[in-house]
Design a protein around this ligand. Structure first.
Ligand SMILES: Cc1cc2nc3c(=O)[nH]c(=O)nc-3n(C[C@H](O)[C@H](O)[C@H](O)COP(=O)(O)OP(=O)(O)OC[C@H]3O[C@@H](n4cnc5c(N)ncnc54)[C@H](O)[C@@H]3O)c2cc1C
Length: 381
């Protein structure tokens, strides 16, 4: 059995590793001209780390990444709204969240992929025939296999052309991310924080990642595509963050235009079909989510292990795809839904609404939050 994987992002690379562990043949293609050290930071949830332990890359990630003992949500005056004990999650479920640079993770995964990753291969069309599939690329080349995995991200051509068109939803928020060379105090390294501003989607966070770097992100409610030069964006963020407690203004003062990566935050309205004939979707292509739970990549990573397990356990790709979708869809749609709701409540407008929101969030006991998050970590593979 041979898979054609379209997309060598976190989802596609993890799938390649999971397939090779099951002894399933594959070829993997990506439109990007080369493997480049791109992106900012990423938080891998304990659930993703459990998968990576299974796949034999957990230790390598843990050795490089930063493990925050706690993750706090605070208001801009510093008051704690929610506290998640990452140490508790690790102690109870085996693995906690890890923070690292995306490029570090990507390189680790690339090194684990036994086959040559075929960069500069933009998938365009597909032919399905009795014996399998043939994928065609923009450069005129093609590749054949028994089935095709669309791991080609939120704007998936595979999904749109061969499964079902999706509806993109703009969360109302744009996001700037940056990697800042900086070492935080022990206290701040151990206690990652997300700080909520006075409504209008205003939130910011900074946390230590690998290599003496800090991962900073900022969100604000505004129309998608609103024009900002990088210099204007920095001035805007520094102004918005000036009233924030603690070191946030100091971290914002270290921002430089060349550090900024901007993304308008979209998800896709959940779709109920992840496969058709010999084509199956995985990761953002199947279920792109807003990043409010920090679970998009983590869910793609879970998909990869589940799909490879299903392929190994069943007699046909049809049975494997069915089992894979049935095993994953409810869980993933819950993540997408909760994450979307979080975007909506942080979009509330004005300080009165924000104070009410903060009060409501603060009133939820930590024990309840921990239980609500339990579904993410309490996974039996
Ligand atoms: C601001 C922000 C912060 C986030 N933070 C987190 C976080 O902390 N934790 C977390 O778990 N998730 C996070 N996410 C979500 C996470 O980034 C995604 O869920 C994850 O990258 C999805 O991986 P993927 O492999 O499915 O898709 P992608 O990473 O989008 O990879 C798709 C790949 O397919 C390739 N491709 C696309 N089209 C074609 C084509 N036609 N032919 C060939 N190749 C193609 C692309 O080049 C790309 O390499 C965040 C997202 C955003 C926007």
């Amino acid at each position: 059995m041979k898979a054609i994987i379209i997309g060598a992002g976190i989802g596609g690379l993890t799938t390649a590793i999971a397939l090779q562990q099951q002894g399933i043949d594959y070829e993997i293609f990506d439109a990007a001209p080369a493997c480049k050290a791109v992106g900012a930071g990423i938080m891998l949830g304990g659930n993703a780390m459990t998968v990576y332990e299974r796949l034999g890359v957990g230790k390598a990630i843990r050795e490089l990444a930063v493990f925050p003992e706690n993750i706090f949500v605070r208001n801009y005056k510093g008051k704690v709204l929610q506290h998640i004990s990452n140490a508790y999650i690790r102690d109870h479920y085996g693995q906690g969240a890890q923070l690292l640079h995306r490029a570090t993770l990507q390189q680790l995964l690339v090194d684990e992929v036994a086959k040559e990753i075929q960069w500069g291969k933009k998938f365009t069309t597909l032919q399905q025939h009795a014996n399998g599939v043939t994928a065609y690329f923009e450069d005129g080349s093609s590749a054949s296999g028994d089935f095709l995995i669309g791991a080609d991200g939120i704007r998936s051509v595979v999904r749109e052309t061969y499964i079902t068109p999706a509806q993109y939803r703009y969360s109302g928020q744009t996001c700037w991310r940056a990697i800042i060379p900086m070492t935080l105090s022990k206290e701040e390294r151990e206690n990652a924080v997300e700080v909520w501003g006075n409504g209008n989607g205003l939130r910011a966070s900074y946390a230590q990642i690998d290599g003496g770097r800090v991962y900073f992100w900022f969100t604000s409610k505004m129309p998608a595509g609103k024009a900002f030069t990088d210099e204007e964006a920095i001035a805007f963020m520094q102004k918005q963050l000036a009233p924030f407690y603690g070191n946030m203004p100091k971290v914002a003062a270290a921002l430089r235009p060349e550090m900024l990566i901007r993304a308008d935050l979209y998800d896709i309205k959940p779709i109920n079909t992840w496969y058709k004939d010999k084509v199956v979707l995985l990761g953002d292509a199947a279920h792109a989510t807003t990043p409010n739970l920090g679970q998009g990549a983590s869910q793609a990573i879970e998909d990869a292990l589940m799909l490879s397990n299903c392929l190994a356990q069943t007699k046909s790709t049809a049975a494997a795809f069915k089992l894979y979708q049935e095993s994953r869809i409810a869980r993933v749609q819950k993540v997408v839904g909760v994450s979307w709701q979080l975007a909506m409540i942080t979009n509330w407008k004005g300080s009165l609404a924000a104070s009410f929101r903060d009060f409501m969030v603060r009133m939820v006991p930590n024990r309840v939050t921990q239980q609500q998050l339990e579904f993410l970590y309490n996974v039996k593979w």
